[in-house]
Design a binder for this molecule. Structure first.
Ligand SMILES: [Zn+2]
Length: 408
C-alpha cells in the first residue's frame, strides 16, 4: 500500500516538474509567484521544485526588473551553463555538427565534406572524431554533456535508434544509438533528417510555435517532416514522411528507391542542373557555361543561384519548371494535411526567391480554395542548420521533460 502511495507521489512530482520547466522555457523570465499563478501549482510546490532544478543547474535566478511589479525581483530563467548538447547530421557527402549550451546557443560548429566513395564505416569514424571534438570543447567550457542528437537521411527504426536504410547515403543497418550510447556514455537520439529538421524549425525557426506544418528537405533526395498538433507524425512503423517517393509521373524516370516517376527525381538541385545542362547541350546560350569554364559537372546550387541573380534565361526557365513540379507535389500535401505552413528547407531554400513564384502558381490551380487562403509556403529561416538544430532540440527537450529523472 505504501509503495503505491510513493509511486503516485513520484509520478505527480514528475508531472509537476515538467510543468514548471515548460512554463519557464516558454515564458521566462518569471518570478516564482508567476510560475505558481500560470501553472496552478501552489507556491510551496513551485519553490521546492525550483530549488531542485537550481541545484541541478538547469535554471538560475536573475535580478532583472520585474515589469509587472515595477521593482527588482528574483526572476527565473534557463541557465545557459546547465549543460551542452551535440547535434550532428550525417548528410549526403557531408557531416555537419554543432555544440550548443542549455539555451541552444551555438558555441562550436564544424562542417566537413566527404568524397562520393566514402563508405558507411568511414562516415561513422569521421562522425565519432567530430563528436569527440565537440565533447572536448564543451568540457573546456565546464559544460556537462546532456546528450547527442543525430539526423540521418534515411529510414530510422525508432525503437532501436537504428538507421535501417539510406539509399542516398549508401548506409544500412547501422545501430547508431546503441553504438554511441556505449561509446560516449550519454543519451543518444536518432531521427530521420527531415523529421529532425522539422523539430529544429518548430523550436527555433520558421515554424516556431506552429502546430500544423510540413517541412520539406531538399537536397540529394526529398524528405518530409510532418507536424500535426505539435507532434511529429511518424506513421505506424515510424517511416512516415517519405514525400520524395510519392509518384508524380507514372512511368517516369527511375529513382534510387527502385521505383520510377518519384517526386524527388524531378525537383532536387540535381533535377534543375540536369535541365540546365540539357538546354545548353541543345545549343542554348547561358552565362553558366562561362561560370563553370565549360565543365558542366561543376554546376552547383551556388552557381545556379548566381546565374539566376543575373537573370540568365536558361536558369530561370529551369527554376520555373522545377518550381511548378514542386508546387504540384506541395498541392497534394496541402490537400491531404491542411497545414498552416509549408517550410522549404535544405539546398533549394537558397533558390527560393525564384522557386516560390512558380510554386504559388501551381498551388493556385490545385489547392482547394478554403485551404489555399490559410496556407503559406516559406523558406526555412535556419537554412542548412535546420537538421542539427532539431538534433539539439531532441536532447534539450528530453531534459525539459525529465529534468530530475535521476532523482526518482
Ligand atoms: Zn523513389
Amino acid at each position: 500500500m505504501n509503495r503505491q502511495v510513493t509511486a503516485d507521489q513520484n509520478f505527480i512530482r514528475r508531472v509537476n516538474t515538467r510543468t514548471v520547466m515548460d512554463r519557464i522555457r516558454l515564458d521566462a523570465p518569471l518570478s516564482r509567484a508567476e510560475v505558481s499563478a500560470r501553472t496552478g501549482l501552489n507556491r510551496s510546490t513551485v519553490s521546492s521544485i525550483v530549488s531542485e532544478l537550481m541545484d541541478q543547474g538547469y535554471i538560475k535566478e536573475t535580478t532583472l526588473q520585474d515589469p509587472k511589479i515595477g521593482r527588482p525581483g528574483m526572476l527565473l530563467q534557463f541557465n545557459p551553463a546547465g549543460g551542452c548538447a551535440v547535434g550532428i547530421e550525417l548528410g549526403v557527402e557531408f557531416i555537419s555538427i554543432i555544440l550548443t549550451n542549455f539555451v541552444a546557443e551555438v558555441i562550436w560548429r564544424k562542417r566537413i565534406l566527404l568524397s562520393e566513395d566514402t563508405n558507411q564505416f568511414q562516415i561513422v569514424e569521421y562522425a565519432e572524431t567530430l563528436i569527440n571534438e565537440a565533447i572536448m570543447t564543451g568540457k573546456e567550457q565546464g559544460l556537462s554533456l546532456l546528450g547527442i542528437g543525430v539526423g540521418v537521411p534515411g529510414l530510422v527504426d525508432q525503437s532501436q535508434g537504428k538507421l535501417i536504410f539510406a539509399p542516398n547515403l549508401k548506409m544500412n543497418n547501422m545501430p547508431l544509438r546503441l553504438m554511441w550510447t556505449q561509446r560516449f556514455n550519454t543519451p543518444v537520439f536518432v531521427e530521420n533528417e527531415a523529421n529532425s529538421a522539422a523539430l529544429g524549425e518548430y523550436f527555433f525557426g520558421s515554424a516556431h510555435d506552429k502546430t500544423d506544418f510540413i517541412y520539406m528537405s531538399t537536397g540529394a533526395g526529398l524528405g518530409g517532416g510532418i507536424m500535426i498538433g505539435g507532434q511529429l507524425f511518424k506513421g505506424s512503423t515510424g517511416y512516415a514522411g517519405e514525400i520524395g517517393h510519392t509518384t508524380i509521373y507514372a512511368g517516369g524516370d527511375s529513382c534510387g528507391c527502385g521505383s520510377n516517376g518519384c517526386w524527388e527525381t524531378y525537383v532536387g538541385p540535381r533535377a534543375i542542373i540536369r535541365r540546365i545542362r540539357r538546354t545548353i547541350d541543345g545549343g542554348a546560350e547561358s552565362i553558366i557555361s562561362d561560370m563553370v569554364g565549360g565543365d558542366m559537372q561543376k554546376i552547383t546550387v551556388d552557381v545556379l543561384v548566381a546565374a539566376a541573380d543575373q537573370k540568365d534565361t536558361v536558369t530561370l526557365t529551369a527554376l520555373h519548371e522545377v518550381g511548378i513540379d514542386l508546387g504540384v507535389g506541395i498541392s497534394n500535401l496541402i490537400n491531404i494535411f491542411n497545414p498552416e505552413l509549408v517550410v522549404m528547407g535544405g539546398a533549394l531554400s537558397l533558390a527560393s526567391p525564384w522557386l516560390l513564384t512558380a510554386i504559388r502558381e501551381a498551388l493556385q490551380l490545385r489547392v482547394l480554395a478554403p485551404m489555399l487562403e490559410k496556407v503559406n509556403v516559406i523558406p526555412s529561416s535556419l537554412g542548412l542548420d535546420s537538421c542539427v538544430m532539431g538534433a539539439v532540440a531532441m536532447v534539450l527537450d528530453d531534459v525539459v521533460r525529465e529534468p530530475l529523472f535521476s532523482l526518482y
